[in-house]
Design a protein around this ligand. Structure first.
Ligand SMILES: Cc1cc2nc3c(=O)[nH]c(=O)nc-3n(C[C@H](O)[C@H](O)[C@H](O)COP(=O)(O)O)c2cc1C
Length: 139
């Protein structure tokens, strides 16, 4: 049975290019065998990640993520059963939110800034779906 988990966290230090590439390398190495797909969004102060896959596999990864000291305050925004994946094309896509058109952020948030801790999980998810629709996701 497929689930989707959306969480937000705070990087323990400003995410450098090498930190992000380490995380994405790990994700792309591990996720295919576990049937996990998703998207990692980041700014200088926040991570938002969506994980899709088998309920047990997503739960195991979430437990690992909570132990990872590269980020803190891991906060689950949504955990829901899904009929189909939205991010099936990405073992782990990535989006630097600092480069996203501010108009897209204003569509969903009070300011042109991603603050998933302040809003609802549904709003954050709608924003991520818009990133898919507008082709903003890097491989
Ligand atoms: C923001 C963030 C996102 C991550 N996403 C994933 C992921 O999608 N898949 C994954 O296997 N590890 C991910 N990790 C790394 C895990 O926390 C953990 O270090 C890794 O799965 C351990 O892999 P290993 O068993 O190959 O050493 C992420 C870490 C951070 C900080």
């Amino acid at each position: 049975m497929l689930v989707r988990c959306l969480y937000a966290s705070r990087p323990t230090s400003q995410p450098s290019a090498s930190l992000l590439s380490d995380i994405l390398d790990q994700s792309r190495r591990n996720n295919p065998a576990r049937g996990i797909t998703g998207l990692l969004c980041y700014t200088q102060s926040v991570f938002v990640q969506v994980l899709e896959g088998d309920r047990e596999q997503v739960s195991i990864l979430l437990a690992k993520l909570m132990q990872d000291d590269r980020h803190q305050t891991v906060t689950v925004l949504l955990f829901e059963e899904i009929a189909e994946r939205t991010f099936s094309g990405w073992t782990m896509g990535q989006v630097n939110i600092d480069l996203v058109n501010p108009g897209l952020l204003l569509k969903y948030f009070p300011k042109p800034k991603l603050d998933p801790f302040a809003g609802t999980g549904r709003t954050a998810m709608a924003f991520l779906m818009e990133l898919v629709a507008t082709g903003a996701i890097g491989a």
